[in-house]
Design a protein around this ligand. Structure first.
Ligand SMILES: Cc1cc2nc3c(=O)[nH]c(=O)nc-3n(C[C@H](O)[C@H](O)[C@H](O)COP(=O)(O)OP(=O)(O)OC[C@H]3O[C@@H](n4cnc5c(N)ncnc54)[C@H](O)[C@@H]3O)c2cc1C
Length: 369
């Protein structure tokens, strides 16, 4: 096999499709199976559209919501509104990942589901992957698209893995009377929640907060009543919405730490190489864009003398040029909105400075690619 892709989220699926389109033999290994719910705000920046169409994965087929306006509220409910220059679309990960998986199969990608990669070694100029079903695979090139936190990070001895992160994420799907072209971000003490339309007249409601906030209140419903509902816009959502799950999806240990994009010769894409704060609504676009950069470098590698050093250097350069600054601004924005007084002051000030709001958005997004 020429290429192994570890992890079948957005970075893994789109890069596998792009490489298969160029006639390369690709095996993708995903530890879960599709369709699956993921904790994610499910707002995708339109910057990805030209690329998704070019690889044969146009999301218009999924009839996503079209989103062009942004609303930000402070913990006390002060409102800032702005148009979204690029805009985006809303589609659930349940539908989007399943769609990309089907496209990948149709392009000839070999997919192994419900199989985790437990160990990756590089020796004799090739990768040896140990799988959870006892099998082993060899590959000349391997992409690590295993998301924000995986047992492989421990195995690769990555430094962020041993540091605990204070953040957790919670997601619901719901029905609510709300414009479908609007994404709203509502701040609350020690966190923020996003809500926007997805397909089928549903909405994704997703928030990020701290483990400490949850610990203080003992359980998610108690925390939502005591803290989130202090913001009048969130109180309205909790009182008027029809919640479509029995239980929310919950994840913890969400880390925005700086990571590397090549590790033990693995090319890392998406959250595996660094995660931007969800506040920016750009993580999925970055994952897809990183998958594109990696696929381009890998295609070049197989077409031009198979120089591994040039492959790794070329990918690192392209990745840093595209994402380093965006991640830096994202970390600064995250600090601003984590704190109740700061976020109150930030919304209060920024609502009078529309040009500054648009500048922050530009700095945390890419151009259409
Ligand atoms: C609360 C929250 C809200 C967010 N909201 C938004 C938003 O509105 N818009 C936006 O653009 N971004 C948002 N994001 C970010 C976005 O979800 C991520 O940036 C995006 O999912 C990254 O894609 P990925 O392909 O890198 O990883 P993932 O989609 O996480 O995929 C990784 C895959 O790898 C698999 N895997 C892991 N380990 C192994 C292994 N050892 N073997 C095999 N498979 C493995 C996993 O099962 C998973 O399917 C949000 C994130 C959070 C936490």
């Amino acid at each position: 096999m020429q290429i192994a892709v570890i992890g079948g989220g957005l970075a893994g699926l789109t890069s596998a499709i792009a490489m298969a389109n160029q006639g390369l033999s690709v095996t993708l290994i995903e530890k879960k199976s599709y369709p699956l719910h993921k904790v994610c705000g499910e707002y995708v920046s339109n910057e990805v559209l030209p690329y998704l169409r070019s690889i044969g994965a146009d999301p218009a087929l999924l009839q996503p919501a079209s989103i062009s306006r942004f609303r930000l509220t402070s913990p006390k409910g002060v409102v800032l509104e702005s148009p979204l220059d690029l805009g985006g679309f809303g589609v659930s990960r349940y539908t989007f990942d399943q769609f990309l998986y089907q496209v990948a199969l149709s392009k000839g990608v070999q997919v192994r589901l419900q199989t985790a990669v437990q160990d990756v070694q590089f020796a004799g100029n090739q990768f040896l992957l140990k799988l959870s079903d006892g099998d082993t695979l060899t590959a000349e090139v391997a992409l690590g698209a295993f998301g924000k936190r995986s047992t492989l990070d421990r195995q690769l001895n990555r430094s962020f893995f041993s540091k605990r992160s204070p953040y957790l994420g919670v997601k619901y799907h719901l029905r609510l009377d709300m414009p479908t072209d609007l994404i709203a971000l509502h701040n609350f003490q020690d966190g923020y929640a996003g809500i926007s339309a997805i397909e089928d007249g549903r909405y994704c409601f997703c928030y990020l907060t701290t483990r400490e906030n949850l610990r203080r209140h003992g359980a998610i419903p108690a925390m939502e009543r005591a803290i989130l509902q202090q913001n009048p816009h969130l109180r309205r959502i909790f009182s008027e919405a029809e919640f479509l799950y029995e239980q929310p999806e919950v994840i913890n240990e969400i880390s925005f730490a700086t990571k590397t994009c090549v590790e033990n010769h693995l090319l890392l894409c998406g959250d595996a190489a660094g995660m931007i704060t969800p506040l920016c609504g750009n993580g999925m676009a970055m994952a897809i864009h990183a998958g594109k950069l990696a696929a381009e470098q890998v295609v070049h590698y197989f077409q031009s003398g198979r120089n591994r050093q040039a492959l790794e250097a070329g990918y690192t350069l392209a990745w840093k040029k595209q994402f380093e600054q965006r991640l830096r601004v994202g970390r600064a924005v995250q600090r601003l909105f984590g704190h109740p007084l700061l976020s109150e002051a930030a919304v209060g000030t920024l609502r009078h400075l529309p040009a500054a709001v648009r500048l922050i958005m530009r700095q945390t997004h890419g151009q259409p690619f």
